[in-house]
Design a protein around this ligand. Sequence first.
Ligand SMILES: Nc1ncnc2c1ncn2[C@@H]1O[C@H](COP(=O)(O)OP(=O)(O)O)[C@@H](O)[C@H]1O
Ligand SMILES: [Mg+2]
Length: 152
Amino acid sequence: MKKTIITHSKEETQKLGHLIARHLNRGDVVLLTGDLGAGKTTLTSGVGEGLGVNEKVLSPTFNILKCYFHGRIPFYHIDAYRLEGQNIELGLDEVIEGDGACFIEWPQFIEPLIPDEHLEISIRNLGENERELTFTSEDGFDWVLQLDKEAE
Ligand SMILES: Nc1ncnc2c1ncn2[C@@H]1O[C@H](COP(=O)(O)OP(=O)(O)O)[C@@H](O)[C@H]1O
Ligand SMILES: [Mg+2]
């Protein structure tokens, strides 16, 4: 499955996050790739809102992991940026294989912990407010194909 969606504002990306949240199940692993400032955290905060976590989802760059337990399903947000070249035996595997949906920024730095079954969302900066989000998955996540129709 491969799908590309373009957004034209931060708010539009957050709204896409709300739509994604509706489809998430426990155990889903979503990888977010793209440069600094692409919009990975922005999309994740929209997902958190959509799941109904009653806390603002902020960049966990200094925390590596944030857990939100008050939404429809548990929501885990990992930012592995600061784990580059580090020993990654932190118990993150238990979170990733856990009972919630897990969104991971900079997954390349914890590659051994990434399960084969995942959705990758790669975000590219096309200009000041334009972002291209490319969704790729080898198995499952076919609901992504309908996302742009749901947005209308
Ligand atoms: N269409 C868009 N989608 C998401 N963010 C956007 C968009 N247009 C502009 N932005 C801005 O880009 C930045 C994205 O930052 P952030 O989500 O923290 O990126 P990352 O987590 O990938 O480093 C924010 O300042 C946001 O306001
Ligand atoms: Mg970020």
